[in-house]
Design a binder for this molecule. Structure first.
Ligand code: FAD
Length: 380
């Protein structure tokens, strides 16, 4: 592992980028040098709350993807797993939970990591797009429609308005009132995606620069290559910057563990599961669940010979026993549950129990493998 501070030498990318525009520059290098066929990143559509995944094949289009979208808890791994074949070379921007899900899919031979550049973003947390709008309406003297950009800095959620004004509220104050980061983000203790080839962030970075942690040989080649073609400049961060970054990461992890201690005892699986209507939404949105055609939950013995969904206990119990050890706590199952079951809190709590017994951290551990059989793609 090594560290660099990096900054784009392209003025348009530098001004559009969240920090130093290093990621957009590296992605441009990959496309221009034909090292990849395409890039998965995010692009805002109607407004800043609805950034969605896009597949970019022309580097001219990359500028529209630059920036950090905190109200986009989007996951890209399952899109790659379903729609990108093993021979297509791609790069993808990933926050930690997205990287963890993809790592789980790599272990299951569903993503060929030889052909993927993982470009990691450190992540202090995402905000739900719906509650994000509501929160701006309630806590900021602003119309959510007038917000042109948002950022999270020094513990504050900051919005910039169309008239140039800026407003900031402490995330702690928003969360005390039930707003701010999504529940799963508040308890997430993986803030830097070290499984990615590079992990980029603003922690430890000077203004206008991106702090990059280089985690693989591939990552080193990316930075060196982008420098060589003249789109990126780099310098070595000083010890204080490296220490400062590590300090903030540790504070964030401590806060997450405090949240885990406070929230895990609040859920009792059986009480929550009794509300399950077997709609399959949690299974279908899970970025790690992949064997839909062969899914146990489609089998008749779980449906008592009828076409009805499995009973609540069978449905949730099967999912839990198949997936909880691999849960990357992205929170999407909870977002889509029509019965407000805290699915991801339950799964994450079980993942942590599994970790205590085996040392396995979903989507992070390399030496220990998850327990379920992972067939080669061709065997299915
Ligand atoms: P840019 O050149 O602006 O490129 C950013 C790339 O990331 C673009 O391709 C963009 O489409 C893609 N992207 C944007 N949002 C997302 C998303 N939600 N999911 C996947 N891809 C996305 N850094 C820290 O050090 N500490 C933090 O606490 C922290 N929290 C973050 C929280 C979120 C939700 C996000 C998205 C980023 C966070 N970052 C954090 C990373 C930081 O904001 C910058 O993204 C990073 O420094 C890279 O800057 P850049 O100028 O090089 O990137």
């Amino acid at each position: 592992m090594s560290y660099v501070l990096a900054k784009s030498k392209d003025d348009d990318i530098l001004s559009a980028g969240e920090c130093g525009g290093a990621i957009t520059s590296i992605l441009k290098y990959l496309l221009d040098e034909k090292l990849v066929d395409g890039i998965f990143a995010l692009r805002p559509f109607d407004d800043i709350y609805d950034a969605m995944p896009v597949f970019i094949t022309d580097s001219e289009d990359l500028i529209s993807t630059a920036g950090s979208y905190h109200c986009a808890p989007t996951m890209i791994g399952d899109i790659i797993e379903r729609f990108i074949d093993d021979d297509t070379k791609i790069a993808v921007t990933v926050k930690p939970c997205d990287m963890r899900a993809m790592h789980e899919l790599v272990i299951r031979h569903r993503i060929n990591d030889d052909n993927v550049y993982f470009i990691g973003l450190n992540c202090g947390g995402t905000v739900s797009p719906v509650s994000g709008r509501k929160m701006i309406d309630l806590f900021y003297e602003a119309d959510p429609n007038d917000v042109v950009s948002e950022e999270i800095d020094k513990g504050k959620f900051i919005i910039e308005l169309a008239d140039g004004g800026e407003e900031a509220v402490k995330i702690h104050d928003l969360e005390a009132e039930g707003y701010g980061r999504r529940n799963n983000c508040q308890r997430c203790d993986v803030k830097i995606p070290r499984m990615a080839d590079i992990a980029c962030g603003n922690w430890g970075a000077e203004d206008g620069w991106t702090f990059i942690e280089i985690n693989s040989e591939k990552g080193q080649k990316l930075v060196d290559g982008a420098k060589k073609v003249g789109i990126l400049e780099t310098k070595t961060p000083n010890d204080a910057a490296v220490e400062g970054r590590s300090k903030v990461e540790n504070i964030m992890i401590k806060m997450a563990k405090k949240n885990q201690d406070a929230t895990y005892p609040l859920v009792s699986e059986m009480d929550e599961w009794s509300r399950c209507i077997g709609c399959y939404a949690c299974r279908d949105i899970c970025p790690v669940c992949w064997c839909f055609e062969n899914c146990e939950l489609n089998k008749s013995y779980f449906k008592d010979g009828t076409n009805m969904p499995p009973s609540p206990i069978a449905f949730q119990g099967v999912r839990l026993s198949h997936m909880s050890f691999s849960c990357c706590d992205c929170g999407q199952c909870e977002d889509v549950c029509p019965m407000d079951i805290p699915v991801s809190l339950i799964f994450d709590k079980l993942q942590k129990k599994y970790y205590e017994r085996t040392g396995y951290v979903a989507g992070v551990s390399e030496d220990i493998k998850p327990p379920l059989y992972s067939p080669e793609k061709t065997e299915l």
